[in-house]
Design a protein around this ligand. Structure first.
Ligand code: SF4
Length: 190
């Protein structure tokens, strides 16, 4: 039997996610947002949850936070087309509230299976929810901008690009973190 390719695994997962009814977030979503990017990406970016624009379009990071992310990736010298972008929960929480712990836990296997298929060298964790998916005891204020190696994977936590919309003072902190990320990716130490 032919081997299942990474593309096929990700497409199968995306189909599962689009029809998923495992947690209450399916009740209010227009579109689930599985994520997008090449199946052989060396860098995976994990945000918190889809927002209104993402829910409308079924694509990750297409609203204001997405524009901020594009700018940050550009500062890092990383092409958006080369990274796989997804979220900790794949359906929009009503009113853009934070996802509940039970919703994060229910959705987590999809994220885990995406990462297992892609096997990225680097996973960028945007914001507290994404950080706590992998490092439940960590705080973002302490952890941001500090890469952590776990097995073959380098985790890089930083703030969520949407945080700049509400707290402009974080803009330079995020820029600095992304420049550091760009240097790590470029110098090949990960
Ligand atoms: S958030 Fe995740 S677990 Fe909940 S319905 Fe959407 S895909 Fe399923």
């Amino acid at each position: 039997m032919p081997e299942t390719t990474k593309d096929q695994v990700l497409q199968g997962l995306a189909a599962e996610i689009r029809s998923c009814v495992r947690c209450p977030l399916h009740l209010s979503r227009k579109n689930a947002v599985p994520g997008e990017g090449p199946s052989d990406a060396s860098l995976v970016i994990v945000g918190e949850a889809p927002g209104r624009n993402e829910d409308e379009q079924g694509r990750p990071f297409v609203g204001a936070a997405g524009r901020n992310l594009d700018d940050l990736l550009s500062e890092a010298g990383v092409s958006r087309d080369s990274v796989f972008i997804t979220n900790s929960v794949k359906c929009r929480p009503p009113g853009n509230r934070r996802p509940a712990r039970s919703e994060l836990d229910t959705c987590h296997p999809y994220l885990r299976r995406q990462i297992e298929a892609i096997v990225p060298r680097v996973i960028v964790l945007l914001g507290d929810a994404a950080l706590k998916e992998f490092f439940p005891e960590s705080s973002l204020g302490q952890a941001h901008g500090k890469p952590v190696k776990r097995g073959p994977t380098l985790f890089f936590p930083t703030y969520h690009p949407a945080s700049v919309i509400y707290n402009p003072s974080l803009k330079e902190v995020l820029s600095e973190d992304f420049r550091k990320l760009g240097a790590l990716v470029r110098d090949g130490t990960v």
